[in-house]
Design a protein around this ligand. Structure first.
Ligand code: GUN
Ligand code: ZN
Length: 432
């Protein structure tokens, strides 16, 4: 008989999108809830006392006043950039040339790629993130390194070989044909293995020729169940550069659209400086956008219109964008999301912030049937938050009136010290 775990504590419940319905109709916190785990899945969700009485043989872990959340889902990261996080003083194009490309070249060494992937996933798990969608480097072995490390940790994960055939150092360039061939071979090797999924990954239009974008568009048409991830309209200087490189294009999105790279399983990072046609086309295609707020402030990119885009029903994910982002923590990312929305005149509710980091990100990656909510049948990936993890947070938490006031200080001030526990695929991290 397989073992059954019963987790008790406060539980975060999600039944809908809090940007399209009042948050209190679709998000709830049960202050004495329980989650029953069996065979790597969530078997039951309910009241603590009831579950305990009905499952006397289950192994009980009582988290008391901690908040049991779906594991955090970081919808856009670059694991190869782990070691260059917090590099000073550059905006996007200079930052890529000065810090990013030299570091990505180091992953030509498979052993360094393996160490980086393992180190990254351990850091990320330590911050309560149970799934990431990562860019790799142009080296196919950088994808193997990442997926092997994810498999060893029992994680659901998404990744793809970053493709670039221009405007990058020669040692970091592939070709239209090799990008197609290598990506195809990696799809056949990894897509659908365990809990792993492949994302076809042109880095962004400036580093791909039209021929490479077309080749990857053709590959996506042959593998429509794969995701396609890329960057879109992150900085004004980048948008101008794209206009110069693609004089025929109507706008930045059109450089993807014209090459078969716009679709419902497309996941576009940043999307800050959008024109009306671009937003309309994204909404029409059902494509997803990913908000990377600590990156957008750190690299000086701008402020995404989260509330406006979400209100249009565009699937939105949330991400650290390591190492352009300045933190591995989705809690820090929620805080930055709140602060940017405030600067744009909207106060996002804590329920909306937690939703973006869990169910919202899951939906953006088309993984919402598997992860992102605490519901029977979904995979048992859970992050347990200590809502009083530091003296500064604890003294504010002590004054809280109501559940959301108890949660909000941790979203604003929390980091890895707030991560009381992490479960992936039904296993407690410390017991793996
Ligand atoms: N645009 C193209 N590549 C990158 C990258 O690695 N990080 C960020 N933030 N933006 C990009
Ligand atoms: Zn990125």
């Amino acid at each position: 008989m397989s073992s059954t775990d019963l987790l008790l504590g406060m539980t975060f419940g999600t039944s809908g999108n809090p940007f399209l319905a009042p948050y209190d109709e679709v998000i709830s916190v049960n202050t004495r809830g329980g989650v029953l785990l069996r065979d790597g899945k969530i078997a039951e969700v309910g009241e603590a006392d009831d579950l305990r009485a009905r499952h006397p043989d289950a192994r009980v872990t009582d988290y008391g006043g901690h908040l049991i959340c779906p594991g955090f889902i970081d919808a856009h990261v670059h694991y190869p950039q782990t070691a260059i996080i917090a590099s000073w003083g550059k905006q996007l194009i200079d930052w890529l040339n000065t810090y990013t490309f030299p570091e990505e070249m180091r992953l030509s060494d498979p052993e360094f790629a393996r160490q980086t992937a393992e180190g990254y996933l351990d850091l990320s798990l330590g911050h309560g993130t149970t799934t990431v969608a990562s860019y790799c480097t142009i080296h196919p072995h950088s994808v193997d390194a990442f997926f092997e490390a994810a498999l060893a940790r029992g994680l659901r994960a998404v990744a793809g070989k970053t493709c670039m055939d221009r405007n990058a150092p020669p040692d970091l360039q592939d070709t239209a044909q090799s990008a197609y061939d290598d990506s195809k071979a990696l799809i056949e090797k990894w897509h659908g293995r365990g809990r792993l999924g492949y994302a076809i990954t042109p880095r962004f239009s400036p580093t791909s020729t039209p021929e490479q974008l077309s080749a990857l568009g053709a590959l996506w048409a042959e593998h429509p169940d794969c995701l396609m991830q890329t960057h879109l309209s992150e900085q004004p200087a980048e948008v101008d550069w794209v206009k110069g490189l693609f004089p025929q294009a109507r706008d930045y999105l059109d450089t993807y659209e014209a090459h078969g790279l716009l679709g419902a399983r497309g996941v576009y990072g940043h999307a800050i400086h959008l024109e009306t046609r671009e937003t309309d086309r994204i909404a029409g295609a059902g494509a997803a956008l990913v908000h990377c707020p600590t990156s957008n402030t750190f690299i000086g990119s701008g402020m995404m219109d989260v509330a406006g885009l979400a209100a249009r029903g565009i699937p939105l994910g949330m991400a650290t964008d390591t190492g352009g982002g300045s933190s591995f923590s989705m809690l820090r990312t929620m805080a930055a999301t709140y602060e940017i929305a405030q600067l744009r005149g909207t106060a996002l509710h804590p329920a909306q912030l937690l939703w973006l980091a869990t169910a919202g990100s899951a939906r953006s990656l088309h993984l919402d049937d598997h992860i992102g909510r605490i519901a029977p049948g979904l995979e048992a990936d859970l992050t347990v938050l200590d809502l009083a993890s530091t003296p500064a947070i604890a003294q504010r938490h002590a004054r809280a009136e109501g559940i959301w006031e108890a949660v909000f200080p941790t979203l604003m001030m929390g980091d890895d010290r707030a991560i009381a526990d992490v479960w992936t695929g039904g296993m407690r991290r410390s017991e793996r």
